[in-house]
Design a protein around this ligand. Structure first.
Ligand code: C2E
Ligand code: MG
Ligand code: MG
Length: 605
């Protein structure tokens, strides 16, 4: 556009300056020069605006001639300026200058015309390309935006689904974590929560509730004899029965193994729990078919009850105390329910402590044996002794065998302890034989648990062989209460022991439930009347002694504390006696094997 403006300017200058006015008029060379300079400068300005991309596009579409055209403008402009200078110096005439300027004008115009087409083409191409670039890049941006938004939407959907799946699996995990897979009942993980909820409810409503520990009796036998599949089936059946026996607001949880815990809903009177406990016990007791034989089996349960708030203020205590009560129900003979009792709990704690301490009793040298003489009543002669176990525990407390022997029997520790006593007492007997008491007999108490050990006779035999003590000097005392006939293994051991040559005593006779055939069928040699029948001025004592005579069984009376008792026994022809009247149990070094209790033997006494 400017090019056109300047050429018009030059045209008017050339024609007005040279034609209108008389030739004598001066020519405005200054104006001409400036216009020519502008015309020469203009293509250079245009070219300076051409970018590398434009140049590339121009080359691609063949419009690079623009550069040439511009160069021609520059050349024409330079020539015209030269003519002007020549005119001013007077080397060319006014007419020649005009001709040259007209010629230059033509060239400028031609260049201008030639310039239009490639410029237009270039502008067109560049604008088209730019347009396409814009369109394509917009499309790309749009596509990209679409892609991103799609991806984001997809991501969100996936995330939502993932969250849902996560929530679902969390719910499933939660369900698994709190459910017992076998019975489908809630498991012990939920118990704290259940009890705590019951506590809050009871606090609000001022009611009580109970935690009950239900443990199937002898479930282990079912598992051991009929297998785990039958055991599992039994658990499922019992779980269903317990649930059905409860009210809808009570909770039942499988605690583990054959143990269930019932958390009752609030109640006002203790009779409610009494009723529920009986209902549970009754439903469990109902016959159950465990095998395909069609035969009914029977199982019972021991139930322990702890009341809130009397027996515990939190879940831990309530559960512990219900468990203790259940244990008490087991101890009391199973198939019953017991309410937690503080005193019994203390006793049980003590038992547990003793069991713990008993483990180290032998290795810590805490056990010892006291010996009490057994006297022939006719002449006051010491004929033997009874070995009585003593234990001073690590707390320096002396525990009576009447307390710790049943505990050791229950925990199974009696076997080790029993062998220790057997060995010590036999050795002591041998020692006394060696010291001159050649006929001294050693009475050793033996628990029925020891008799169940199939190796018992063998071990005793090897002890005796090792120390060369004839078996006949060993008198094994078995208490009448130990129900030995119920176990064939015990009976077998008794026969083996009799065959070995040991003498067998039935201890505490008269206090147990042995019938007389017991005495006929088992190889007992001696009867020991329990001290509860002393001072023997009663029919039971006299009957036992008379029976002993009839059966040709010597009688030992234990617990002789006073002279009248001794006199009675002697009058009844009781052969042997033992008691504080003669001597209390003493350590071996204080025992006098040759002691002759002469005063008692004298008829005048
Ligand atoms: P036991 O076998 O009937 O022993 C007699 C118990 O009566 C002993 O009690 C003895 O000290 C006590 N005694 C002796 N004379 C008199 C008396 O004149 N009056 C009174 N009131 N008591 C008298 P201890 O030593 O406390 O033993 C208690 C029970 O512990 C024993 O009763 C026995 O059944 C058991 N026992 C003791 N040592 C052992 C043992 O080594 N093994 C086993 N399995 N049981 C043992
Ligand atoms: Mg005894
Ligand atoms: Mg006794």
């Amino acid at each position: 556009m400017r090019h056109f403006k300047y050429t018009s300017e030059l045209t008017s200058l050339v024609y007005s300056s040279f034609e209108d006015v008389a030739r004598s008029q001066p020519i405005d060379t200054q104006a001409l020069r400036q216009t020519i300079i502008k015309l020469r400068q203009q293509p250079l300005d245009c070219l300076s605006m051409v970018t590398k991309t434009d140049a590339f596009v121009m080359k691609m579409i063949g419009t690079e001639s623009i550069v040439l055209i511009c160069a021609r403008d520059v050349e024409t402009g330079n020539k015209s300026l030269l003519h002007l200078a020549n005119f001013e110096q007077g080397t060319i005439s006014r007419e020649i200058l005009q001709q040259q300027l007209v010629k230059a004008l033509d060239e400028f115009n031609i260049n201008s015309t030639e310039f239009e087409e490639p410029v237009a083409k270039t502008v067109h191409v560049i604008s088209t390309v730019t347009l396409w670039v814009i369109i394509i890049s917009s499309l790309i941006v749009l596509a990209f935006a679409l892609f991103i938004s799609r991806a984001v939407a997809l991501g969100l959907t996936n995330r939502e689904e993932a969250m849902k799946a996560l929530a679902h699996s969390e719910a499933r995990n939660k369900h698994l974590a709190y459910t017992d897979s076998l019975t489908g009942l809630p498991n012990r993980n939920i118990l704290d929560h259940t009890i705590n909820t019951a506590i809050k409810k009871a606090e609000r409503s001022n009611l009580q509730f109970a935690v009950m520990f239900v443990d199937l009796d002898s479930f282990k036998d079912v598992n051991d004899t009929l297998g785990h599949t039958v055991g599992d089936q039994l658990l499922i059946t019992m779980a269903t029965r317990i649930v059905e026996a409860l009210r809808s607001n009570d909770h039942v949880v499988r605690f583990g193994g054959d143990e269930f815990v019932v958390v009752s809903d609030g109640f006002e009177s203790v009779e409610t729990i009494d009723y529920i406990a009986h209902k549970i016990a009754d439903t469990i007791k109902q016959p159950v078919k465990l095998t395909n034989s069609g035969k009914d089996s029977y199982i019972t349960a021991s139930i322990g009850v702890a009341y809130y708030p009397q027996n515990g203020l939190n879940a831990t205590h309530l559960l512990k105390h219900a468990d203790v009560a259940m244990y008490q129900a087991k101890q009391a003979g199973k198939n019953q329910y017991k309410v937690f009792d503080e005193q019994s709990a203390l006793e049980q704690n003590r038992k547990l402590r003793l069991v713990d301490q008993l483990h180290h009793a032998i290795s810590n040298n805490e056990l010892s044996i006291a010996y009490q003489p057994i006297v022939r009543l006719a002449d006051g002669m010491t004929v033997g002794s009874e070995a009585l176990l003593r234990w001073t525990n690590s707390d320096n407390e002396t525990i009576s065998p009447a307390e710790f022997i049943p505990i050791a029997e229950h925990s199974g520790q009696i076997l080790d302890i029993g062998y220790w006593v057997l060995e010590q007492a036999c050795k002591q007997c041998k020692e006394w034989h060696n010291e001159g008491a050649h006929q001294h007999a050693m009475a050793i108490n033996v628990s029925s648990h020891q008799l169940k050990d199939p190796h018992f006779t063998e071990r005793l035999k090897s002890i005796l062989e090792e120390i060369s003590l004839p078996a006949s000097f060993v008198h094994l005392e078995v208490t009448e209460n130990s129900a030995i006939t119920e176990d064939p293994a015990c009976v077998a051991t008794l026969h083996q022991l009799a065959a070995l040559g040991t003498r067998l005593l039935l201890d505490d006779f008269g206090t147990g439930y042995s019938c007389l055939s017991y005495l006929k069928d088992l190889p007992f040699h001696i009867l020991k009347i329990d001290k509860s029948f002393m001072p023997a001025d009663n029919t039971i004592a006299s009957t036992i002694i008379a029976m002993g005579h009839e059966m040709n069984m010597p009688i030992v009376a234990e617990g002789i504390e006073a002279m009248p008792c001794y006199a009675h026994l002697k009058a009844l022809n009781c052969q042997y006696g033992q008691g504080f009247l003669f001597q209390k149990p003493v350590p071996a070094h204080q025992f006098d094997t040759s002691k002759y209790y002469e005063c008692f033997a004298s008829p005048s006494n």
